[in-house]
Design a protein around this ligand. Structure first.
Ligand code: GLN
Length: 483
């Protein structure tokens, strides 16, 4: 049963081949047996899952249907879950039980999804390797000595290892697409404002966006359908109708104009990945797509701009964790300053502290103009590059990552080398555009992803292209040995 996709589960449940309770029990047993190898969960919610599964079975018995009714999923541990620890991968929130459900959590629960637990992640979603978690690193099911990517690495590893058919993630600079690429999954970062951020613990509020991780585009369509939509509780949520993503997967790709930016194929890219990307282009051409070379001239400035803006917003967002209202508090503080200092020094790990320092510096008087303001100007230029490109093409295609998954620990002493891995993903966040990563082949037995970007609110187009590609390729069907 663990090999079933969300779409297959929905059919199996509708045809009464199994119940949600049976499926949930089977997956919980599989998690207990296999997760010790990969560490993809921080908290399991077995009782809640069984309760939700029984309720979903009862709703189906009463004649209700729905693609998510009775479907097991997991939530990245930065979505607040009522009465359940929501740690954000940090010691700071190790004792935090959220007093409410995030909108994404309550919407999926209302659709009948069964939440098995909270998945591991980089601390406060900062990272690309899932090594900065207070709860330990997550291992890549394709090779347990390698990272699964981050920051939604727990969600990715759990789905890749067939512990779950799908899970939620968040993407501030690539944290859905990059772990999807490194674990052979399909992952979608929606347009900024498409999915509510209410109850999603903030990293960098102008960049953060929740989205689905699953094995197929068809399943991403199902999960996104349950997550997307206007939310008056989130001031940046956009009141645009949500299309029926599953109904639009079979559009023809005849005449689809695919832009391939020349800047994507520069020296930093592993030539073996470049070859796989070219193969995926040929595959899409066979389906009728037309390839157009394009240019994104400001792409080279994206990493420096992102690594000013994201830490700046993080330094502000994380100031609320002061040891007073909630979160970790140090023992026996001498005075208020000592309480702040030691609670934060003990509660935050090194990567989070580094970002707070960088962000506070970039925002400080005297440096604000030189760093933060300059980075915002670059952000606008990057957005303009995309707007120009989308006058001529329908989607933009390239690699998701410059390299396959690296070895655990390989980049620990050099944070900048990890930041460089984000080169292809962060521009979509800076511009607010939707992006998808899908399996495109393997290098040394490790998965490689191809990334598609589309204009605002064209998630459906991304899912359509990815689904047609997946009907004609089998990379996404391969599963890691031992899982
Ligand atoms: N790797 C990027 C960072 O560390 C992106 C993380 C994310 O998307 N949450 O900031």
């Amino acid at each position: 049963m663990h090999q079933l996709t969300l779409a297959e589960i929905a059919r199996g449940l509708a045809e009464k081949k199994f119940s949600s309770e049976e499926l949930t029990k089977a997956l919980l047993a599989r998690i207990a047996r296999l997760d010790p190898q990969i560490n993809s969960f921080i908290t399991l919610t077995e009782d809640l899952a069984l309760e939700q599964a029984k309720a979903a079975d009862a709703r189906r018995a009463n004649g209700e249907s729905g693609a998510l009714l009775g479907a097991p999923i997991g939530h990245k541990d930065l979505f607040c879950t009522l009465g359940v620890r929501t740690s954000c991968g940090s010691k700071m929130l190790d004792n935090f039980k959220a007093p409410y459900d995030a909108t994404v959590v309550s919407k999926l629960a209302a659709a009948g999804a069964v939440s098995l637990g909270k998945t591991n992640m980089d601390e406060f979603a900062m990272g690309s390797a899932n090594e900065s978690s207070y709860y330990g690193a997550v291992k890549n099911p394709w090779n347990l000595e390698h990272v699964p990517g981050g920051s939604s690495g727990g969600s990715a590893a759990a789905v890749a290892a067939r512990l779950l058919p799908a899970a939620t993630g968040t993407d501030t600079g690539g944290s859905i697409r990059q772990p999807a690429a490194l674990t052979n999954l399909t992952g979608l970062k929606p347009t900024y404002g498409r999915v509510s951020r209410w109850g999603m613990i903030a990293y960098a509020s102008s960049l953060d966006q929740g989205g689905p991780l699953a094995r197929t585009a068809e399943d991403c369509a199902i999960l996104l359908q349950g997550m997307a939509g206007f939310d008056p509780q989130d001031s940046t949520s956009i009141d645009e109708p949500v299309p029926d993503y599953s109904a639009n997967l079979n559009g023809s790709l005849q005449g689809l104009r695919i832009g391939v930016p020349k800047e994507y194929f520069s020296e930093g890219l592993d030539p073996r990945i470049a070859e796989l990307i070219h193969n995926s282009i040929k595959e899409l051409e066979k389906l009728g797509a037309v390839i157009k070379p394009i240019s994104l001239p400001n792409m080279q400035h994206a990493i420096p701009a992102y690594y000013v803006i994201a830490p700046a917003e993080a330094s502000s967002n994380l100031s609320r964790f002061d040891g007073v209202r909630f979160g970790h508090r140090c023992d026996d503080p001498k005075d208020l300053t000592d309480l702040y200092k030691r609670s934060r020094a003990e509660g935050f790990g090194p990567e989070v502290q580094r970002r707070i320092l960088v962000g506070a510096y970039a925002l400080s008087a005297g440096y604000y103009d030189a760093y933060y303001l300059q980075a915002q100007k670059i952000r606008r230029l990057i957005k303009n590059d995309f707007m120009t490109a989308f006058n001529e093409v329908d989607i933009i295609l390239g690699p998701t990552t410059p390299n396959p998954a690296w070895k655990l620990g390989a980049k620990n002493s050099d944070p900048v080398s990890a930041y460089l891995e984000d080169v292809y993903t962060i521009t979509a966040n800076l511009a607010g555009l939707p992006g998808l990563s899908m399996p495109a082949g393997f290098v040394d037995g490790l998965p490689v992803g191809v990334q598609l970007l589309a204009p605002y609110f064209q998630e459906g187009r991304l899912l359509n292209v990815a689904h047609q590609y997946q009907l004609n390729t089998d990379w996404h069907l391969r599963s890691p040995a031992g899982f």
